[in-house]
Design a protein around this ligand. Structure first.
Ligand code: AMP
Length: 116
């Protein structure tokens, strides 16, 4: 299921270009257009899900897929041992701006904690 108004659904459909790093049956991973770290990849489900609040029972496997893809990319790009961060923002207070869930994968620099 996709949403015709959703930017990331358009990337999944190929209607908007993206620097795709990895694609699986259920996910697409592409480089963030405004990277916050030397490696900044977004891992998204192909299916439109607006926010974490919209997840349902049955989505457990799909969410696991996002993490497995992130871990593979971190390893492929050489950040597995040094460390990296994955984070998903939910709604306005967390800074979500694109309402199609996406796992941010960040690496290649020291990352402060807690995040701002
Ligand atoms: P969030 O603020 O958590 O919703 O993150 C949305 C992310 O999508 C931001 O880091 C943006 O830089 C990124 N972004 C927006 N448009 C694009 C695009 N067309 N291609 C790649 N990344 C994008």
């Amino acid at each position: 299921m996709s949403d015709g108004d959703c930017l990331f659904c358009k990337i999944v459909a190929g209607d908007i270009s993206a620097d795709v790093v990895l694609e699986t049956d259920s996910t697409v991973a592409f480089r963030d257009v405004n990277p916050k770290a030397p490696m900044h990849v977004l891992v998204i489900p192909k299916r439109h899900i607006a926010t974490i609040n919209d997840l349902s029972a049955g989505d457990e496997h799909l969410i696991g897929d996002l993490f497995l893809v992130a871990a593979k990319i971190a390893d492929d790009e050489g950040f597995a041992d040094d460390g990296y961060r994955v984070v998903m923002n939910c709604n306005a207070a967390a800074g979500q701006t694109v309402f199609h869930i996406h796992l941010h994968l960040l690496g290649g620099r020291s990352l402060g904690w807690p995040p701002g």
